[in-house]
Design a protein. Structure first.
Ligand code: COA
Ligand code: MG
Length: 292
């Protein structure tokens, strides 16, 4: 099965309760938005925020970016009603917070199935609890079963810092091992995986550095809190001009008549295998999807 690439380089949280921020959406160049009912909305505003969802989704026609709703935890007093309201909007995804086990995904999936949500409505999972990290392989495995709807992991780094007691350092040294586990598990399950947010939205140098590291770690994109972060994320998670030139060279080399049927060739003094051709083709397809 050929996987269709959907760019998820820049994924912006927008509180459902913030009318001014919501009004900005049509002008933003992010690949996806997460309309948040959870942490960005104060308890007193939860119900009013949920009631705004339908209106937010009413004028999405023609929009390029994916639209996802983050509901409150299903165990909370708001979760069940949030999920029903989100299903009615037929979003591209519903992001579940505080996922601990595969069961959390399966139970939400059952609610979607029982309420006739189209197959296109996917589930995204926050990976933000110690339990989720201990169960990450089993959770990711659901990605191999389309009926589970699981499509994407989102690192919840603020919660992980809070729940584990690690020190949040600028180089994220204590978080990196867990972030790498998320990437590994996501690949095993065929899922996309997004890095956590950078809280300091005024420090654009630090942000660009964090994006470059996340791209090098294998993340597909970054979750964002502020429009000022979109451009740097789009740049960091798109294939670089150098990588594209290299990919074209690999593709051209394998298409030479003399290399037909060969599995290993030499290119500019380096060994190149057919697996590199597959990798190159994937990168070129990714660049094409981004510029489409
Ligand atoms: N989405 C869309 N627009 C946003 C935005 C967002 N996430 N964050 C800020 N903006 C808009 C503001 O409304 C403001 O609009 P204006 O020019 O019409 O006044 C403009 O961008 C500049 O915002 P700025 O003044 O720099 O920031 P702020 O003080 O208004 O907001 C935050 C700062 C952090 C409160 C805000 O960015 C935010 O709420 N982000 C999302 C937080 C969130 O969802 N957290 C949960 C997941 S971790
Ligand atoms: Mg969280």
């Amino acid at each position: 099965m050929t996987q269709i690439y959907r760019p998820r380089r820049s994924v912006l949280y927008v509180p459902a309760s913030n009318g001014k921020a919501l009004a900005k959406l049509p002008a933003l160049a992010c690949d996806a938005v997460i309309i948040d009912l959870e942490n960005a909305v104060a308890p007193a505003d939860k119900i009013a925020a949920r009631e705004k969802l339908a209106g937010i989704f009413a004028d999405r026609a023609g929009r390029r970016c994916e639209m996802v709703v983050r509901v409150n935890a299903l165990a909370s007093e708001w979760g069940a009603d949030d999920l029903m309201a989100a299903v009615r909007c037929e979003p591209d995804g519903i992001l579940l917070p505080k996922v601990d086990t595969p069961r959390d995904i399966l139970e939400a999936g059952d609610v979607l199935d029982d309420n006739f949500a189209p197959d296109e409505v996917k589930l995204w999972a926050m990976i933000e609890t110690p339990k989720a990290l201990l169960n990450i392989g089993a959770i990711a495995e659901l990605g191999r079963d389309p009926a589970s709807r699981l499509s994407c992991f989102v690192a919840g780094t603020n919660d992980l810092v809070k729940d584990t007691g690690i020190l949040a350092t600028p180089d994220r040294r204590y978080l990196v091992p867990w972030l790498m586990q998320m990437v590994l598990a996501a690949r095993a399950g065929g899922l996309d995986v997004l890095d956590g947010v950078s809280n300091d939205f005024r420090d654009s140098d630090a942000f660009a550095r964090e994006c470059a590291e996340a791209a090098a770690m294998g993340f597909d994109g970054k979750s964002l809190i502020h429009p000022a972060q979109i451009e740097a994320a789009n740049r960091a998670f798109a294939p670089s001009p150098e990588a594209l030139a290299e990919a074209r060279a690999v593709k051209d080399a394998f298409s030479l008549a003399e290399n037909t049927g060969k599995d290993v060739i030499a290119l500019n003094g380096r060994m190149v295998e057919r697996l590199h051709l597959a990798q190159a083709e994937k990168l070129l397809a990714k660049a094409a999807a981004i510029s489409a």
